[in-house]
Design a protein around this ligand. Structure first.
Ligand code: ADP
Ligand code: MG
Length: 356
């Protein structure tokens, strides 16, 4: 008998649904994740991210559909048999135990021999650069160090799948950025399969190998950060991912292109609806090059240091252009902008879906 050596997906959900009584929270979630991937579930608060993660962990029962971890059907399995480790937003460390004891607690319960346990704790502590803190109590640690201990507890498990639920949202902004980079490096070193939940699109963009965008319990798009940024599947994704968000401007389809408030964006418009929305990223405007010319009256110019955000109104909609700060006078009454027509997205005005 030959063994099937095809690599099994780290995670696979098929038509996964979750309801609480009459309230449907997750709708037909289907996704596959390869081993070693860093999959980020992102979406606004209340869209079902934690519920989906809890279904993967087995903390919530799936109402309909199936779930496989490492090729094994775990739909009916309790959390302890799923070979997962989870890090929550509110990571409670045991206050009376040292850092080392906190990290080793799970192993102690499972009666792992002491020498093996100590070696494992030291491995993980070294990886997280907290080996000098092993004898301290949680109260003697900073927020970032406590977060690292919480990750250490998950890392010693060496599971098939790591699940992170907004692990950085209790940290201040600077620490969040540092820990984000640290988690990314950690993933590169241990090559683990990670499902990571966040409402922060920057965290999603910077950490993910692939992103799943959720809204109201529905998958909006699954793709690499670059795909989702350049070709958002609909106007929700376009505006949710990116800061400032993609500009969305209503336009009429003509034989020569899209017409918005007297400005023609030349394009091949065969078989396009009469009314569309054109989407352009703030950085697709420039002062010099570009194939669409626009003379705009800024309503506000914000200087962020390197960039100036030039706000204006185009066809009734607020639009932001990102320009080099040095190229703009802060009190300029009128600016000639150019728009890179090649980079535009075009959405159906009725459904919001990307059409080209
Ligand atoms: P997120 O993590 O994306 O902020 P959640 O997964 O926590 O969102 O919640 C998704 C939706 O499910 C919310 O509308 C929430 O009110 C609802 N929900 C979560 N848990 C329960 C529950 N135990 N009973 C009823 N509704 C719930
Ligand atoms: Mg949540």
């Amino acid at each position: 008998m030959a063994f099937d050596t095809t690599p099994q997906p780290a995670l696979q959900a098929d038509n996964l649904n979750k309801s609480y009584g009459a309230v449907d929270v997750l709708h037909d979630i289907t996704l596959t994740m390869a081993e070693g991937e860093f999959l980020v579930l992102v979406g606004p608060s209340g869209c079902g991210k934690s519920t989906l993660l809890n279904c993967i962990a087995g903390l919530e029962e799936i109402t309909k559909g199936t779930l496989h971890i490492g090729g094994r059907d775990v739909t009916q399995e309790p959390p302890k048999d799923r070979d997962i480790a989870m890090v929550f937003q509110s990571y409670a460390l045991y206050p009376t135990m040292t850092v080392g004891e906190n990290i080793g607690f799970g192993m102690k319960i499972r009666k792992v021999p002491k020498a093996e346990m100590d070696a494992k704790i030291m491995d993980v502590a070294t990886l997280l650069q907290i080996e000098h803190l092993l004898d301290r109590q949680p109260s003697q640690l900073s927020g970032g160090q406590r977060q690292r201990v919480a990750m250490g507890r998950a890392l010693v498990r060496d599971p098939k799948l790591f699940l992170f639920d907004e692990p950085l949202s209790n940290l201040d902004a600077k620490l969040r950025v540092e820990m984000r980079a640290e988690i990314k490096r950690l993933h590169q070193r241990i090559n683990a399969s990670i499902v990571y939940v966040t409402h922060d699109q920057i965290e999603a963009m910077t950490l993910a190998s692939r992103i799943v965008v959720l809204k109201d319990g529905y998958v909006q798009q699954i793709g690499t950060p670059a795909e989702i940024y350049a070709r958002p599947a609909n106007t929700f994704v376009a505006e949710f991912m990116g800061s400032p968000p993609m500009n969305i401007v209503p336009a009429e389809t003509t034989a020569d292109g899209y017409l918005a408030d007297g400005t023609l964006v030349p394009a091949d418009t065969t078989e396009k609806p009469a009314k569309v929305l054109i989407g352009c990223r703030p950085e697709h405007f420039s002062v010099q090059t570009g194939d669409v010319a626009l003379q705009v009256a800024p309503t506000l110019i914000e200087n962020t240091g390197a960039d100036a955000y030039v706000n204006f109104v185009w066809n009734g909609n607020p639009v932001t252009a990102r320009l080099p700060a040095a190229s703009v006078e802060m009190d300029q009454p009128s600016i000639d902008l150019r728009l890179d027509g090649q980079a535009l997205c075009v959405f159906d005005a009725d459904t919001g879906a990307l059409i080209s």
